[in-house]
Design a protein around this ligand. Structure first.
Ligand code: AMP
Length: 440
């Protein structure tokens, strides 16, 4: 007996976010699941990134999620907040201390040297889109596991690469149509001129410490540059009057910074010189920068030059520059500016079956359709015709292909236009052509 098809249902999909249900375990503190709807944003960002890296000639790199903890202790620096407070460390059964990577740069540099690529690709331009881990106090825009997209240019001290790194960040964010992007840029000089500056800075702060916060007192002895990083209210007036890095740059660093700014001008990238910008990681030298979006109280990304990191890690002398952006923060900015995510891939065809024989036969039909590049949704876990059609309706499928026992015997399939409700039997051998024709 041919299948009697019920009328299409007009019950639409629930609009609000579904409510979570009780479960014995939750996501670890400060970490989050990435659900299909999140990937519509993530994939859009990845698409923008891939377009920009193609223009600029960056190649993808990935490193293990864990590294020897010492690479961060020595590289990122013992006085950095990341190493002091935020590393997830793991002691292996063999007794090694590993760290879940809190940032990508030291690992990328290690991979570049260890693989021998540094002999054949210099400068090398790498990009990544990878998860990182920091044991932070979770708060708005700050997670314990988060994604960064980033760029590293290894093997050159040319100022043009500083500008290109900034531009890669700027263009990636711009590609997403984010507006009001602000780049703050500064130079913290090389080893030599920075030493003079730090001396001046310490002299300036010396008799102000009793009025300053506890962290600043610690920074004074451990990493004085970071005194300029302080966000405490009571330290702000001192910070405002502090000596500025730019006034102490040596001739070579001054020239380098001037070139960076000229190249940014040439690329029409708007920037602001921020003499208090020093960044939290120990390894930076010369150019440092951060990227903001108006209305968000955290940076979207940041980076800088790190000409001494390779040597610090026992590698060859190698100048380099890099930048990273928080993907979750980009998503936040997109939501703030009402920039849509990608649209969920729509399956225009829905396959409906009735009975075990039809279910089995459906599999080869689906394979044929897949081979022809046609995406088809099914609901094999539902037996009733009514609920399968209801689902096809909810998915807003244009065509339903309906297969029952009789159709299997007769080697045909019913093609139903979901909009008009009209339907016809089509020989199975012609189904691919017929679907293609109707979808055109
Ligand atoms: P950093 O590696 O500290 O220079 O950070 C670069 C960018 O990564 C920041 O500007 C943020 O966008 C992002 N980021 C850093 N830490 C976190 C975090 N805990 N959660 C989310 N995003 C972060």
């Amino acid at each position: 007996m041919p299948i009697k098809i019920p009328r299409a249902h007009k019950k639409s999909a629930p609009k609000s976010k579904p409510k979570g249900r009780k479960f014995a375990f939750q996501t670890p503190k400060g970490m989050h699941d990435m659900l299909p709807a999140d990937f519509l944003f993530f994939d859009k960002i990845e698409k923008a990134l891939k377009k920009i890296v193609c223009y600029y000639g960056f190649e993808r790199i990935e490193t293990p999620i864990m590294e020897d903890a010492r690479i961060f202790e020595r590289g990122t620096g013992m006085t950095s907040e990341i190493v002091q407070k935020q590393m997830f460390t793991v002691k292996t059964r063999g007794g090694e201390v590993m760290a879940l990577r809190p940032e990508m740069t030291p690992g990328v540099l290690r991979a570049y040297v260890e693989s021998g690529l540094s002999h054949v690709m210099s400068p090398a331009k790498f990009y990544y889109l990878s998860p990182l881990f920091r044991y932070e106090q979770p708060q708005h825009g700050r997670f314990r596991q988060f994604y960064q997209l980033g760029f590293e240019i290894l093997g050159s001290d040319e100022a043009v690469y500083d500008a290109q790194t900034i531009s890669a960040v700027y263009r990636t964010i711009g590609e997403l149509k984010l507006k009001n992007i602000m780049v703050r840029v500064n130079s913290i000089g090389c080893k030599t001129c920075r030493a003079t500056y730090v001396k001046k800075l310490k002299e300036y702060y010396k008799n102000k410490l009793s009025k300053m916060c506890k962290d600043c007192n610690k920074r004074y002895s451990e990493n004085p540059l970071r005194l300029l990083d302080c966000k405490e209210e009571k330290c702000q007036p001192f910070k405002a009057q502090a000596p500025q890095t730019l006034d102490y740059l040596c001739t070579a660093c001054k020239h380098h910074f001037k070139l960076v700014l000229e190249y940014l001008d040439e690329m029409k990238i708007p920037y602001l010189i921020d003499s208090t910008l020093v960044r939290g990681l120990d390894y930076y030298s010369r150019t440092v920068f951060e990227v903001f979006i108006e209305g968000l109280d955290f940076a979207l990304g940041g980076g800088g030059r790190y000409d001494y990191l390779s040597e610090t890690l026992g590698g060859p002398r190698m100048a380099a520059v890099g930048a990273a952006c928080g993907v979750e923060r980009i998503v936040e900015a997109m939501k703030l500016q009402q920039i849509p995510s990608l649209v969920k891939n729509k399956n225009r065809v829905f396959l409906v079956y009735m009975g075990d024989q039809a279910k089995k036969k459906s599999l080869s039909i689906l394979e044929n359709l897949y081979d022809a590049g046609i995406c088809v949704k099914e609901a094999f876990s539902k037996d009733s015709l009514k609920s399968q059609l209801r689902m096809a309706d909810r998915e807003k499928a244009e065509l339903a292909l309906i297969l029952g026992q009789q159709e299997v015997f007769e080697d045909v399939i019913i093609v139903r236009d979901m909009q008009s409700g009209t339907q016809e039997s089509v020989p199975l051998r012609k189904i691919v052509e017929e679907v293609k024709r109707r979808l055109r």
